[in-house]
Design a protein around this ligand. Structure first.
Ligand SMILES: Cc1ncc(COP(=O)(O)O)c(C=O)c1O
Length: 468
């Protein structure tokens, strides 16, 4: 008998087949890589800062879906708002109307960004960046965009053109005519501006890759240089925005007003893909200069009701639970607790970041006993020590983290902004235990290191995940 579509029934019938189905029908390197680094779990449930597997084990989520879960997973306020949209029989995506929800979300986002006047809504971080690049080119009538070494702005072709990492770009040429400069260098910016034709600089106030913080005053000085040359400042806040760094936007650590700001990730409330490009009124005035041009840059799903409601609910949670302040306070406590370990473990070179965007950097040990292991990993691939630490945090302590970029001995912490003292202590103790083991120079940890080396040598794709 035909029972119609039964999602719970389908999921129960096919339980546990995810890895096999991915290997067969989707990107096969994902399951392969997860097996290689020992991350091949099946999660069944999630709440706040924790994931749970089918045996009921809990995992502390210091990855937060690459920064999506600012308000934590399955937040009841966001979930209730989405139920209300579903149950509301809304007239969504009419296209030839002006629904209330995007207007309300635009109003609220702009209230957090004094000096910016208008918002374009889309469906992801890279789309928010694409819009900013197009708007900058059209508004200035110039073709070139300057970007920084190690920058990550997404992987569609425009965003890829301003990606500062060769491993992402290679093989996709020719890209847009752009220019790369060192992050934080005003001299390089000025030199590039002098060559002419520059529409904008796009920059992450704190780079996701490696967690590099812009030098104090850099953004304000960059904006001045850009404006002196008739060019614009675009701050990409896709990862750093919505409280992550202890300010609503990370550029607000500096005294600067960008011309455009991109947002995505945490605005989703962890449920519905969304992106937004905030801009000055005059930029919209140019791009959308007449009724004929009303759809000149647009996206079918851009301002859909589910995304807008998720965004409004996420902003309400950030406000009600004072998550910006919590990110600053808890992030400060976590950084301080980790900084204390730097003197204790010679391979821990430093802790950096802002709020709850934190990097731990490793470096070559001084003692001969440890050098052999370090050198073995380095010979196979730079970054494998960091991958080994990420692997051990996960295997031994069920703490989910990531390496901060390819070929970097850096791990990155990006937990939900809701974490508190319990998670600070949990992470600190887990990390100290893993460091202790690494500095013993033997045992299970280095066995895992040798497995990583074998995998890195025999199949390079399997040596670890690295996103912006
Ligand atoms: C700073 C920054 N910009 C843009 C993006 C791209 O966002 P998405 O993956 O939603 O396209 C990312 C993603 O990690 C990011 O960190």
């Amino acid at each position: 008998m035909d029972m119609g579509f039964d999602l719970p029934g389908l999921l129960a019938a096919r339980r546990g087949e995810g890895y096999e189905l991915h290997a067969r029908y989707l990107n096969p390197q994902l399951p392969r890589m997860l097996h290689a680094i020992g991350f091949d779990k099946v999660y069944e449930r999630a709440q706040g800062a924790y994931l749970y597997d089918r045996d009921g084990n809990s995992y502390a989520d210091f990855l937060a879906g690459f920064g999506v879960f600012g308000v934590g997973r399955n937040h009841p306020v966001v979930r209730a708002a989405l139920h209300e949209v579903l149950d509301g029989d809304l007239a969504d995506l009419v296209q030839f109307d002006t629904p209330l929800l995007p207007g309300l979300l635009g109003e609220q986002l702009l209230a957090k960004a004094p000096g910016l006047d208008r918002v374009y809504f889309c469906n992801s971080g890279t789309e928010a960046v694409e819009a900013a690049l197009k708007f900058a080119r059209y508004a200035t009538g110039r073709p070139r965009i300057i970007y920084c070494d190690h920058a990550f702005h997404g992987l569609t072709t425009g965003s890829l053109s301003v990606n500062g990492a060769a491993e992402f770009r290679q093989g996709f040429d020719p890209l847009l005519p752009d220019a790369r400069i060192p992050f934080g260098s005003l001299d390089a910016l000025e030199a590039e501006l002098r060559t002419g034709g520059v529409a904008a600089l796009i920059v992450e106030p704190i780079q996701g890759k490696g967690v590099h913080v812009a030098p104090p005053g850099y953004l304000a000085a960059a904006r001045k240089l850009l404006h002196d040359h008739g060019a614009l400042l675009i701050c990409d806040e896709v990862q750093t925005g919505l409280g992550r760094t202890g300010r609503f936007f990370a550029y607000q650590h500096d005294d600067v007003e960008p011309d455009m700001v991109t947002v995505a990730k945490a605005l989703s409330g962890g449920f519905v893909p969304v992106g937004a490009t905030l801009a000055k009124d005059w930029i919209f005035g140019k791009v959308y200069s007449s009724m004929d041009r009303v759809l000149v840059h647009d996206s079918t799903f851009g301002a859909n009701a589910m995304a807008m409601a998720a965004g409004l609910a996420a902003l309400a949670v950030i406000e009600d639970e004072q998550l910006v302040g919590n990110a600053e306070r808890t992030g400060g406590a976590l950084q301080a607790a980790l900084a204390e370990l730097v003197g204790e473990y010679e391979m821990l070179a430093g802790v950096r970041g802002r709020g709850l965007m934190i990097a731990l950097e490793f470096s070559k040990p001084r003692s001969l006993k440890l050098r052999a292991g370090w050198n073995m990993l380095q010979a196979a691939r730079r970054g494998l020590f960091a991958q080994m630490v990420v692997g051990m945090l996960f295997r031994r302590h069920r703490v989910l983290t990531q390496v901060a970029g390819d070929y970097m001995e850096v791990i990155k912490l990006l937990p939900p902004l809701t974490i508190g003292d319990t998670e600070v202590a949990l992470f600190r103790d887990a990390f100290a235990d893993v460091m202790e083991d690494a500095h013993q120079g033997g045992g299970l940890m280095w066995d895992f290191g040798r497995t990583l080396v074998k995998q890195a040598v025999s199949r390079p794709a399997a040596s670890g995940p690295a996103r912006g």
